[in-house]
Ligand binder design. Structure first.
Ligand SMILES: [Mg+2]
Length: 261
């Protein structure tokens, strides 16, 4: 899927107005590091005699996949999974006080201070005069709304959409309902499972910006696009978007990028 890094130079600047759809968690702001920390605290608290972290993680994964189907994403659903994992492994009764303790480890994430990632604000502000910017984030509606508000960057976007799940259907419905030209529409994010692959399947362009601490249940192989008109790019930094989408933005041209499509 990899073309030479110089490829990006051939395609910019994209001066016509584009519709840029941005993922939020681990694309605009840090998110998964807080869940990782809570899980590490949980493992320390559990202090199991012989189960390795990976084995505890496997129990947790199973519960998270089951819980996301019924309770969606977010800290409350995660806290419920921590509780279930503890109960499953420790075999304690429903009223064991330790269950409250581990649940609180997950719920603490709701009060986490927000950290916007490096280069995000400057890049968004550079893009804004030239393109339509939309935040497209998935999660529990109330939790995600609170995160958007607390991030303090809502006003830097033309619109914010919160969905339960990001799949091909969601991207198609955004494109259809807003009457967007798929050729001028780009989904930008860190998750192959939620941002990149379903966007490609929906026939829009996609830009994959990996985050080293992406939730492992969001990681999958990035699919190739079989649509010759659709573009799939891989950028190493959020600020590399400036070189692509801001006329005259080449000065901060990306150190590394890949193109396919
Ligand atoms: Mg994300």
């Amino acid at each position: 899927m990899i073309d030479p890094p110089s490829n990006i130079q051939k395609m910019h600047p994209i001066s016509s107005r584009q519709h840029l759809l941005f993922d939020a968690d681990d694309t605009l702001w840090e998110n998964n590091i807080y869940f990782d920390q809570a899980f590490a605290d949980f493992v320390a608290f559990l202090n199991h005699e012989h189960l390795a972290t990976a084995e505890i993680q496997a129990v947790m994964d199973e519960l998270q996949i089951a819980n996301r189907a019924t309770h969606g994403y977010g800290a409350r659903s995660f806290a419920r999974s921590l509780r279930g994992t503890f109960q499953h492994i420790a075999g304690v009764p429903d009223d064991d006080p330790d269950l409250e303790t581990v649940e609180r480890m997950g719920l603490r994430i709701l009060d986490q201070q927000f950290e916007i990632m490096d280069g995000v604000l400057a890049t968004i502000d550079a893009l804004r005069p030239h393109h339509d910017l939309m935040m497209v984030t998935k999660g529990h509606l109330e939790e995600q709304q609170l995160k958007v508000e607390r991030s303090g960057i809502e006003q830097h976007f033309d619109s914010v959409v919160i969905v339960d799940e990001k799949d091909e259907h969601i991207y198609r419905s955004i494109v259809d309902s807003l009457d967007l030209d798929p050729r001028l529409t780009w989904m930008i994010g860190n998750s192959p499972r939620s941002d990149i692959n379903p966007a490609i399947r929906a026939g829009i362009n996609a830009i994959y910006i990996p985050h080293p601490r992406t939730w492992h249940l969001e990681v999958e192989e990035v699919e190739e696009t079989h649509d010759p008109a659709a573009i799939l790019l891989h950028l190493s930094r959020f600020s590399d978007l400036t070189a692509l989408f801001v006329p005259g933005g080449r000065e901060s041209s990306p150190a590394q990028s890949e193109r396919t499509g």
